[in-house]
Design a protein around this ligand. Structure first.
Ligand SMILES: [Zn+2]
Length: 537
């Protein structure tokens, strides 16, 4: 039996303009029927004349709908709220209180936090502190099976809410708003979050509350900032919606993901919380198999691999696949540019990239003609892994970390692009964020997948994909549906956010004469020598 949805209105800063607000509410109700409640965020009272308020306070006029408001945001309006813990201000107008949960008989759960963020001690009457946020979080998160709240009301915007989302216009969400509100929203997972104070209307694309492939799907959150009542630029200040309390919803219906859902803007906060949780339950079985599982179908070991773990099985004597036409990357083919090759193993080799982004931009390539990592046999995978660890050690010795990516889209021969980035330039989180953000700008969704997860499990053989991997094993993945920009990985690394080499984003602008290429390869070979296991066999 489907529950009847509640019809709710939310409103931005009223600033004491009650006639304008309630006039509007009456018009809306005359046109589209009764609403169950009106929720007001931001400044309910203005610091100027309170003549309009007096008529409501004294009962001369009455609000046309049960109205719930947040408390003061400045010293001037504190006196309008006689009881900090919440009270009726006038008939049909209720001040919710400093912070807490409001649940009507309908089962709708509304969390609220009044005031603006403050670090001062003691906290001013019109502010909240980290202690308020922690207490509000604790009271909810300690309830068994807490999934989230239906609605969150705050006056300030959450800091960073624009991350991964549609543009909030002139508002810079990296600077405005409250970090504590972000923290609260990240934990409470409201289905709707309303805020005001910025005199702007912004409806962010819905964002998800779970880590894809790592956590079970959860409901999405919608953040809506509302403008001030009666603003002259006609920005939206009243928002109407219907909602069935989540406690009454079918769980499958609740977690449905809309088409335009985005990454969580508070991803970093969520990740920290997730990490803490993972540490606590470290004994839990990982949800996915390990990437390049050496115990599975392991090939014959080379004599030098004496200390490797696992049981060896007889090697399948399989000849590497051959290309049907000319290939630039099959080591045996005449087309291959041998002067760029810097190391040759049993199944794989390393070559400098032609027109590389940096002089030490290198490729890991299978010797045989494989199309993607998903197609590799286990012994090739094993050697790819060895090249990765050798390159990690090599680049770390030079104060760099590598970023690896594979674009498996209409590619002939697998190329793992490996590009080093100085460790002191940015964090691994910065690198991932740059990839996610720049992908999003092109309507591409890059998802973080669990470290050590197997690309083979995420991508079926034959399906195109793009993935990025850091030398720590952290990975971002995108399943290509239509097409994929040719130079994307390189462009992100070249962008101002990372290496700052935009003029080298296109490899065709970076080609060098053959003697220079040969010299660069020779230099790389010399430097890499101490790390090259292929030479130590
Ligand atoms: Zn080939």
């Amino acid at each position: 039996m489907a529950a009847q949805p509640l019809r709710v209105l939310a409103c931005g800063d009223v600033e004491g303009r009650l006639e304008a607000l309630f006039g509007r509410v009456r018009a809306v109700q005359a046109k589209s029927g009764r609403f169950d409640m009106l929720l007001c965020v931001g400044n309910f009272f203005g610091s100027t004349s309170d003549a309009e308020w007096e008529e409501y306070r004294t009962g001369f006029k009455k609000a046309p709908i049960p109205t719930y408001v947040l408390g003061a945001n400045d010293q001037d309006t504190v006196s309008y709220f006689p009881d900090v813990s919440g009270c009726e201000l006038a008939e049909n107008i209720t001040y919710l209180g400093r912070r807490g949960i409001f649940s009507g008989t309908s089962g709708l759960q509304i969390a609220y936090l009044s005031g603006t963020e403050s670090q001062d001690e003691p906290t001013p009457a019109y502010s909240f502190s980290s202690k308020d946020v922690t207490e509000l979080k604790t009271s909810l998160l300690s309830t068994p099976k807490f999934k989230g709240v239906d609605i969150l009301l705050t006056s300030p915007w959450p800091r960073d809410v624009g991350n991964f989302g549609n543009s909030p216009g002139e508002i810079d969400t990296k600077k405005c708003g409250s970090a504590l509100v972000s923290n609260l929203a990240a934990s409470l997972k409201p289905r709707y979050h309303f805020a005001a104070l910025e005199k702007a209307y912004y409806e962010r694309l819905p964002y998800r509350n779970h880590i894809v492939l790592q956590e079970t799907p959860q409901h999405v959150s919608r953040f809506i900032a509302l403008a001030d009542v009666g603003n002259t630029s006609k920005k939206k200040y009243l928002y109407a919606f219907s909602i069935v309390p989540m406690s009454l919803m079918d769980p499958a219906e609740l977690v449905k993901q809309p088409q335009d859902v985005t990454e969580n803007p508070y991803r970093k906060l969520r990740k920290e919380a997730h990490k803490a949780k993972t540490l606590v339950c470290a004994e839990e079985e990982p949800a996915c198999q390990f990437f390049f599982d050496l115990n599975k179908n392991q090939g014959m070991k080379r004599p030098s691999d004496g200390k490797e773990r696992g049981n060896s099985q007889p090697k399948q004597a399989k000849k590497p696949p051959q290309p049907t036409g000319p290939c630039w990357f099959c080591l045996a083919s005449p087309e291959v540019e041998k002067h760029l090759v810097v190391s040759i193993g049993t199944h794989c080799y390393l070559a400098l990239a032609k027109g590389g982004l940096l002089p030490d931009h290198v490729l890991i390539l299978p010797i045989g003609h494989y199309q993607s990592v998903v197609d590799l046999s286990s012994e090739v995978v094993e050697e790819v892994t060895k090249y990765k660890s050798a390159l990690k050690e090599f680049f770390r010795s030079k104060g760099k970390r590598y970023v690896l990516f594979e674009r498996n889209y209409r590619s002939q021969h697998l190329q793992l692009q490996v590009i080093p980035v100085p460790l002191d330039l940015c964090t691994s989180e910065d690198i991932k964020e740059s990839f996610i953000v720049q992908a999003q700008e092109q309507q591409i969704e890059l998802l973080e997948i669990p470290e050590h997860s197997d690309i083979k499990q995420v991508a079926q053989p034959g399906t195109p994909y793009f993935y990025v991997e850091l030398d720590t094993g952290e990975k971002l993945f995108h399943r290509i549906r239509k097409s994929f920009p040719l130079q994307f990985g390189r462009e992100v690394l070249a962008s101002a956010a990372l290496l700052g080499l935009p003029h080298r984003a296109d490899w065709r602008q970076c080609t060098a004469a053959r003697p220079e290429e040969a010299a660069a390869a020779q230099a790389f070979r010399r430097d890499f020598q101490p790390f090259d296991f292929a030479l130590q066999a």
